[in-house]
Write a protein that binds this ligand. Structure first.
Ligand code: XIL
Length: 534
């Protein structure tokens, strides 16, 4: 099962009477194997031979579990090894001198013995437990205390115990958490409906997983409740990107996007489309397309016409990110320029069409969806002056030449120590061009550096810092963007555990507005207070 659901403690199966309900603050990602495809790969785990992700009767909770078939005993007990190794195999970042709880559920033949360990990257063990199995699901819990120089841990399990040849085991619901999470005592949240506080009904949006994601909005009543209660707009976190919508040339896959748009309409929400063009999350055939500049333009226009055109007759899809992230990270050059910074040298659109791809994309979008607001969307422009200047120059050039553009999206993936004065000035600089300004992907990261962590618990003090920052950002937006130019504010995900930042950095974080049990965080109150001017 997923860590998100485990912290609600509501969806357990027959084991629920004995299962530990953990407080929020799961440090393991994909502990329930829910985020892995069926088969032999598992995100954040290193599997040995004979191990695979399965669904069906041997799942404890959720839809997936790990199956281990002991195919060889090998000559030493460490041969059949499963390791929880964190993102990119880098281990789980931890604080030193801190107590943690490790927990996993296992089912295997009665009498079989299995070793569970928590260790350092150099294979030194902090704790080991040898468990004799009962034949039914059982929970294994280890308590460990890190020492002064521990920053990263890995967690191997070993099955190669004599008598286990050919045996089959199942594991599920792995968890690694602080033993003593900070006492709660968060400041109160009294918001009934966030969107209802929005001045002039400016959209208050949220990005949602959809399609067959394990936490898809369409299959998650808990998320539906939050979305419908507090938001007036949704953005598809992934499923309207080119890789999802046109997986093979000329073959469009509408099922998931249509379902999401239908959901929006049935629930009185609008949709901000994301994204017609990007240098990443495009299908392989697009990435490897070979053709003349004209053929590239045709291919690009065909995609935009199909996607924007499909929803143009639906009043719900009110706006689009037409082009996402066209400028280099460092600032002023186009992404794809050979002289761009080292992160930013690849964009098939720029490489094959030249910078004109941007204006051609906007023209194609306008032709296909004449009533939708068309946005250029980018990150870091709330602090990166050269990049902001490049975006403003693009907008002014488009306006001067009558190239259609309606607004600029500030993704606003900010650090907890973001400088709100910069944010205010940068929002104002774009507003001064006369186009709309939308905050499109708001989230806040507390743990952004390599281990050691800045924080591994969301204390009431951090929650209040978060609340204040959100209040300040939303207030700055309302102060400097005139009502007619407000495209609204969208947050990038529902519950903290859903956030893309957790798997991006492989460390705990609390970027969003709801705890994993879907209760609102003080940051939601900060958002509400700024909207209502209190
Ligand atoms: C992210 C999604 O949140 C992840 O689920 C996905 O794996 C990668 O993309 N800027 C954007 C968004 O414009 O599309 C990105 O979304 C986050 C950064």
């Amino acid at each position: 099962m997923s860590s998100v659901e485990s912290s609600i403690g509501s969806s357990s199966s027959s084991s629920s009477s004995s299962s530990v309900v953990y407080p929020a603050g799961e440090l393991a990602i994909n502990g329930g194997f829910e985020e892995s495809p069926l088969g032999t790969a598992a995100a954040n785990w290193v599997l040995g031979s004979g191990m695979r992700i399965v669904e069906g009767e041997h799942v404890l909770t959720g839809n997936r579990a790990l199956e281990v078939v002991v195919t060889t005993l090998g000559s030493n007990p460490w041969d059949i090894q499963l390791v929880y190794s964190g993102a990119d195999g880098a281990g789980v970042p931890v604080l030193s001198g801190t107590e943690y709880l490790y927990s996993i559920w296992i089912k295997g033949p009665a009498g079989a013995r299995v070793n569970f360990t928590v260790g350092r990257p150099d294979y030194q063990e902090l704790e080991r437990r040898e468990e004799t199995l009962t034949g039914a699901w059982q929970q294994v819990v280890l308590e460990i205390t890190t020492s002064a120089d521990d920053t990263v841990l890995r967690m191997p399990t070993h099955f190669s115990i004599s008598g286990n040849a050919g045996a089959t085991f199942h594991l599920d619901d792995f968890s690694f958490r602080l033993k003593n999470p900070p006492a709660t005592g968060y400041s109160p949240v009294t918001v009934a409906h966030l969107y209802a506080l929005s001045p002039n009904n400016m959209p208050i949006g949220v990005a949602v997983p959809a399609g067959d994601a394990s936490i898809s909005l369409l299959n998650s009543p808990a998320r539906q409740a939050v979305v419908n209660q507090h938001f007036s707009q949704i953005t598809a976190e992934n499923i309207m990107k080119p890789s999802y919508l046109q997986p093979a040339q000329g073959t469009f896959f509408w099922t998931h996007a249509d379902a999401l748009v239908n959901y929006a309409e049935a629930n009185g929400l609008t949709v901000h489309g994301h994204t017609l063009l990007w240098h990443t999350q495009i299908p392989n055939w697009m990435q490897n397309f070979s053709g003349t500049r004209e053929q590239w333009l045709d291919m690009m226009r065909t995609h935009i016409a199909a996607v924007a055109g499909r929803y143009a007759g639906r009043n719900s899809v009110v706006s689009w990110d037409v082009v996402n992230e066209a400028f280099e990270d460092a600032g002023s050059r186009y992404r794809g320029d050979p002289l761009a910074d080292s992160n930013s040298r690849v964009s098939v659109w720029y490489e094959n069409i030249g910078p004109e791809y941007i204006e051609e994309a906007f023209k194609a979008a306008r032709a296909a969806a004449p009533n939708a607001d068309l946005y250029y969307n980018d990150f870091s422009i709330e602090w990166n002056q050269p990049k902001l200047n490049a975006v403003i120059a693009l907008v002014e050039d488009f306006l001067a030449r009558d190239v259609p553009i309606d607004g600029v999206g500030f993704q606003m993936h900010v650090w907890a120590n973001a400088n709100v004065n910069n944010i205010r000035n940068h929002l104002k600089a774009v507003a001064d061009t006369g186009v709309k300004v939308k905050i499109t992907e708001l989230d806040v990261r507390f743990n952004h550096v390599s281990p050691p962590l800045a924080a591994n618990a969301y204390t009431p003090a951090l929650a209040d810092q978060h609340k204040q920052l959100i209040r300040d950002i939303v207030k700055a937006y309302l102060d400097v963007v005139p009502p007619a130019q407000r495209g609204g504010i969208t947050v990038w995900g529902v519950a903290d555990g859903d956030s893309w930042l957790l798997s991006l950095y492989g460390r705990p974080d609390w970027p969003l507005f709801f705890f994993n049990d879907m209760s609102p965080k003080p940051a939601l109150q900060g958002f509400a207070d700024a909207l209502s001017g209190s």
